[in-house]
Design a protein around this ligand. Structure first.
Ligand code: SF4
Length: 467
């Protein structure tokens, strides 16, 4: 389900967060925080129920939903450095969090049913959805359907969308008409869109773009400096490219190898619970951040500031969010890394001083190449094959950007590519949609790794207090 008027900083670039997955960790924090606010007192017991056929039943521990929910119940922010200890802190504060796997009436794969009892006797129940990229929807409160969740959910987000009726455009086709008549860069139109949506100054939009790029650049630096985290499949690897390059072991291409190292560094920061900007999701956070950082270090393009490519990427994501969003649980990794690749291709065109239509063409070509990409993480962790897919998405973006800048024909307009991706996602076998029930997830080696990491309890009542 798409969002009528997505915001660049609510729905696409960001949230700035910690944790392996925006749709599992950041969304879980927000749902926990929402429950805590609605309860309006210290929780005493929370029973979280997940549907056995959804994504959360098998991934809620490995992808950080349990940790995030505990953090939200403790009123932590999505970037709180204490998040990794949230379940332990819940136990210390006598907050009991139980997990049940049972059939739910709502069919969305990321559905949270929470029954919450407070220390002072208050009780609430709610049903909330994680729709990708850290965005949540409250659909039921105390048994009653919630028609307009904005008064509950919008205070948790950076932009308060209130100018939907004054947007300069809403669809890729409308933007292409404007570009044909007035020209301009994608970032210019992105700024106009976000400013109108949030009823804020264009200057504030540019500042937010710059702030997000700073987080991206820092996530590359912290990954390259070295990360450490126990619950992780992959070792530190981002330092290997530079040393292998120095030894003459690699196919010579300084830019390509720098992108590989930078994307890896962001993914390692994410996997070590460091701060990243999800763009459009935490699982795909390496693509835009790693590529932009690496290219900007080596190429003096035409962009005036790094806010511009971030905004260009964000606007491509707005169109994808409007069509249905980024949840791999709904349509596989094409929604995450495929979208990230299209966004990054547009950002690179912007970085090189290309115009808005060229940037949209680049996004179209990049996304044509990633259509059908499945989601099949190993051992519920967002590491394998996620790292390789982020790197593939990054290099695909570079190729698409150069193809567009050189004037290659993209043939299919971006809006139609997005719709086609949606159609492919809706027809995708749900074993390949982040359920860990197919693809690489169920190979013998993945099963062995999963068992050795002692991951999620697959069914029944998890009686471990707070995990
Ligand atoms: S395979 Fe892609 S969509 Fe699935 S968890 Fe990894 S990065 Fe996310």
């Amino acid at each position: 389900m798409g969002t009528s008027f997505p915001s660049i900083f609510n729905n696409v670039v960001g949230p700035i967060m910690r944790g392996p997955s925006s749709s599992h960790t950041a969304a879980a924090v927000r749902i926990g925080l929402l429950a805590r606010r609605l309860l309006d007192e210290q929780p005493r017991q929370v029973v979280a129920t997940f549907d056995p056929d959804g994504s959360l039943a098998s991934t809620y521990r490995g992808q950080g939903s349990a940790m995030g929910l505990a953090a939200g119940l403790l009123q932590m922010d999505i970037s709180d450095s204490r998040m990794v200890d949230a379940e332990r802190i819940c136990r210390e504060q006598d907050i009991e969090v139980l997990y049940r796997i049972a059939k739910l009436a709502i069919s969305h794969p990321n559905t949270y049913h929470l029954a919450v009892k407070g220390a002072g006797g208050a009780e609430i129940s709610l049903v909330a959805l994680s729709t990708g990229g850290g965005i949540i929807r409250l659909v039921e409160l105390n048994g009653e359907a919630v028609v307009d969740d904005s008064i509950y959910v919008h205070p948790l987000l950076p932009i308060q969308p209130q100018g939907g009726d004054s947007l300069p455009f809403a669809t890729p086709e409308e933007l292409e008409n404007l570009l044909a008549g007035q020209g301009g860069s994608l970032s210019r139109w992105a700024s106009a869109y976000e400013a109108a949506l949030g009823k804020i100054d264009v200057q504030r939009v540019v500042e937010l773009g710059a702030e997000h790029f700073t987080v991206m650049k820092d996530s590359v630096a912290s990954g390259l400096a070295g990360t450490n985290y126990n619950d992780r499949i992959l070792p530190r690897q981002s330092d290997r490219i530079a040393s292998a390059q120095q030894q003459g072991l690699l196919i010579p291409s300084k830019l390509v190898n720098s992108i590989i190292a930078s994307v890896t560094a962001v993914m390692e920061t994410k996997s070590a619970m460091g701060t990243i900007a999800a763009a459009p999701t935490a699982g795909s956070c390496g693509t835009l951040a790693g590529t932009l950082t690496a290219v900007a270090e080596r190429v003096d393009g035409g962009a005036e500031s790094m806010a511009q490519p971030v905004l260009a990427a964000g606007l491509i994501g707005v169109f994808i969010a409007r069509a249905g969003g980024f949840a791999a649980e709904e349509g596989g990794c094409q929604y995450e890394c495929g979208s990230a690749s299209g966004m990054t291709a547009a950002a690179l065109v912007e970085l090189m001083g290309g115009d808005g239509q060229t940037a949209m063409n680049a996004a179209s070509m990049a996304m044509q190449n990633t259509m059908g990409l499945i989601c099949d993480p190993v051992a519920d962790r967002v590491e394998v094959p996620c790292l390789g897919k982020n790197i593939m998405a990054a290099l695909n973006a570079v190729a698409a950007a150069n193809m567009a800048l050189a004037g290659y024909a993209h043939v299919i307009p971006l809006g139609q590519v997005i719709q086609a991706m949606r159609e492919v996602g809706e027809g995708m076998d749900k074993r390949f949609c982040c359920t860990c029930k197919g693809g690489l997830s169920t190979t013998p080696e993945a099963r062995r790794i999963h068992a050795s990491m002692n991951a999620a309890t697959p069914s029944g009542l998890d009686t471990t207090r707070g995990g």
